[in-house]
Design a protein around this ligand. Sequence first.
Ligand code: COA
Length: 260
Amino acid sequence: MNYDNIISEVNNGIATITINRPNKLNALNKATIQELHDAFKDADEDNGVKVIIVTGSGEKAFVAGADISEFADFSVAQGKELAAKGHELLFDFVANLSTPVIAAVNGFALGGGLELAMAAHFRIASSNAKMGLPEVSLGVIPGYGGTQRLPQLVGKGRAMEMIMTAGMIDAQTALSYGLVNHVTAQEELMDLAESLAAKIIKNSSVAISAAIAAVNANYEDGVNGFEQEIQKFGEAFGTEDFNEGTTAFLEKRKAEFPGK
Ligand code: COA
């Protein structure tokens, strides 16, 4: 599909979705959020896609936030709608995809940009990356999951400091906080993302989807994650992937998962 604000391509089971508004530091306007929704949905529904990588175009930014020019004159009701729609189309949508999503943070990830990276299942960053939630400097608060996902990832105290100071942390600090899993040179970022994706692709996609759902259950109000895990664990025994995985192990060969 052709997009105006993003590039989406599939190679070797990996869908790479690149936010492509470098002149606006890849800020998320309404059209970009809709296109991202469509691209993530297509990739998730494509049986040939086993991993999705999301990144930003250019050398400066992953995403420098929601597009401030679009919401500067919003009312209370419009503000609420903006956040709710964002969750529905992109942030909760990505977090709950059954296909693994890796965020390759190649520069500034601010506000909605960091929130998009945090909605991904895990993050890696280039050494020039800078991350922060600067919303309170604009008189607003993070509205795309930042107040929830940042404390989950880095702990309440660090999240409070980042949110209250509206400051940026560098890639090494993000690594030490556990906000990103790896830091590498910018020119090696996509190679690293692809090598992690290649490791994921070797495993059962059905089991990975079940594991994502079970891990996410820990963060849902009123859901017992352990119960979800028991349920998903049991269901795995009924899959062709389980049959292949265990048979291959016993036959001392590599598994060829059918993804069913
Ligand atoms: N929304 C809309 N436009 C944005 C944007 C955003 N979140 N972030 C950057 N841009 C635009 C700038 O307006 C500028 O556009 P212009 O050339 O038409 O004037 C362009 O992207 C380049 O940004 P600029 O500010 O000139 O780059 P810089 O290197 O001086 O500063 C940042 C980089 C990231 C520090 C700065 O752009 C910034 O603070 N952006 C806003 C971050 C933010 O508050 N995000 C949270 C939003 S809720």
